[in-house]
Design a protein around this ligand. Structure first.
Ligand code: SAH
Length: 480
């Protein structure tokens, strides 16, 4: 069967970068539309010939300056012979159709400006950082989108990128002295994102010597040393990743991740990165901590950039210290990239704050169970009115926490919210009270990660309870 014929999937326009140096390019038209196209074409080394009976001043000026050849008559048969490209830019549909027909007959590829359907090729939106050129095409479907992407890239790509790339290109041969793969990648990474942008501020002349020094330093380093980034992946929504986390994922050679890190986030890792699932289930099954420590160190020792990707914030119930100790003992460099912890995502999900004037000026981040089993806390302090706690890994220990708090005098009607899959499309919120926490939780049969927010009701339920003039919020599920 012949593949690639599915028109729904087919790319109508195949993007290429055409070398126009010395090639003939013809354009029919002498008004504003023609000027806009010519401005772009003048960035190339094409031999431009313009046919116009009434050329505007700008077109005349370019002709006087010898930048284009101006022919003061209408486009005719044979005018596009030997031309690589022909543009019909007459602002007149009839004229354009005539020019297109003639140019096609001469064997040129034809573009009618602002007429996608009758054009053989289109000129994309361009971000120009010569020699880096980004072309954006939407098959004419969404020019607004193309413009937005262009604007975004214009902002994101520093203006110095062009000169840096040009200078870098001249250095390519010398850099071959570095071993292929990671050492070279590291060198270029440091050049484009650190040394280059820093030195070019003092002028382009400052860059080559700095590049030389950088290369000498990289050649001196006996062997690339790995690094470990302990990165917070946030609660699950990829939009809640920090820019730093994204950058770390972009650079990673190996990503060792938790069970709770969502596939959408793993998608963002560098394509060549090796993904290792160190998924730990609740009460310590799956990969043992020692084994994870060993893996991190082994990969980093081989010179890899290891991203240890943990759900939420790595410093919250992440067994981070054990891993840092292992990495330190191996003499490796490491850094922590904080993330949005589940408690932050969960309170956002119920429209509340973790702290509030005149209600609670402190908040407890706690777990219902630790490695030894149920974790003990200062229950009496927590039982006081107005206290707030975010209880991680709370599903299994809800009954224990509930019992302890009631025993130490907490109000049975204290509001409690349970947020499952905070920030994810499947987010669920249970609004209940301390007295009802169990059996509500068990009955709900949650199967995703859930956090218990003690002392907080979803804003809507809080409002509902007030309006009914009773603090007793019944156990209900609120679809937010
Ligand atoms: N370092 C993580 C917590 C790891 S402990 C952080 O900062 O969020 C794992 C516990 O985190 C789970 O048992 C659950 O209580 C909580 N958790 C993680 N992601 C969650 C999510 N998306 N929604 C609700 N709770 C979550």
């Amino acid at each position: 069967m012949y593949e690639g014929r599915n028109t729904e999937l087919a790319m109508q326009h195949f993007p290429i970068f055409l070398n126009l140096a010395g090639r003939r390019v013809v354009l029919s038209g002498g008004g504003e539309t023609a000027v806009a196209k010519l401005r772009l074409l003048l960035k190339t080394e094409a031999r431009l010939t313009v046919f116009a009976t009434e050329p505007c001043d700008q077109v005349r000026a370019w002709a006087d300056a010898g930048r284009i050849t101006l022919v003061g008559r209408a486009f005719g048969p044979g005018d596009a012979l030997c031309a690589a490209l022909a543009y019909a830019a007459n602002d007149d549909a009839g004229q354009d159709a005539r020019v297109a027909r003639l140019a096609r007959a001469d064997g040129a590829l034809v573009n009618i400006v602002d007429n996608l359907g009758d054009s053989q090729f289109i000129t994309p939106a361009i971000v120009d950082r010569d020699p880096v050129t980004v072309a954006i095409g939407t098959e004419g479907a969404a020019p607004v989108l193309a413009r937005a992407i262009k604007r975004d890239l214009e902002e994101r790509l520093p203006a110095t990128l062009g000169p840096l790339a040009r200078i870098g290109k001249a250095f390519r041969g010398a850099v071959e002295a570095l071993p292929f793969g990671k050492p070279r990648r590291d060198f270029w990474q440091e050049y484009y994102f650190a040394t280059g942008p820093r030195t070019i501020e003092a002028g382009e002349d400052a860059v080559p010597p700095a590049l030389g020094a950088l290369l000498a330093r990289h050649l001196d380093t006996p062997e690339a040393r790995g690094v470990v980034d302990f990165v917070g992946a946030g609660p699950g929504d990829p939009d809640l990743l920090t820019l730093k986390a994204r950058k770390a994922l972009d650079k990673a050679d190996v990503v060792i991740h938790d069970r709770l890190v969502t596939p959408e986030i793993l998608e963002l890792a560098r394509r060549e990165a090796v993904l290792v699932d160190a998924g730990k289930e609740g009460f310590g099954r799956a990969m043992a901590q020692d084994e994870i420590n060993r893996l991190i160190v082994a990969h980093a020792r081989e010179g890899a950039h290891v991203v240890r990707l943990k759900s939420g914030d790595p410093t919250v119930f992440g067994r981070l210290d054990e891993e840092i100790e292992a990495v330190e003992a191996a003499g490796l460099d490491w850094a922590i990239v904080p993330g949005i912890t589940a408690a932050s995502a969960a309170v956002a999900g119920i429209g509340q704050s973790l702290t509030k004037r005149a209600r609670n000026s402190s908040v407890r981040v706690m777990t219902g169970h630790d490695m030894k089993g149920f974790a003990d806390h200062d229950w009496r302090a927590l039982a006081r009115a107005g206290e707030v706690a975010a209880i991680y890994m709370g599903k299994r220990s809800a009954r224990f926490v509930q019992g302890r708090l009631l025993m130490h005098g907490a109000d049975p009607l204290t509001p409690v919210s349970v947020v499952e899959n905070a920030s994810r499309p499947e987010q669920r919120v249970l609004a209940t009270t301390l007295a009802q926490l169990e059996p509500t939780l068990t009955q709900a049969g949650l199967d995703g990660p859930a956090i218990i927010l003690f002392g907080l009701a979803p804003r809507r339920a809080a409002a509902l309870a007030r309006s009914l003039d009773t603090p007793d919020v019944t156990s209900e599920e609120i679809a937010l």
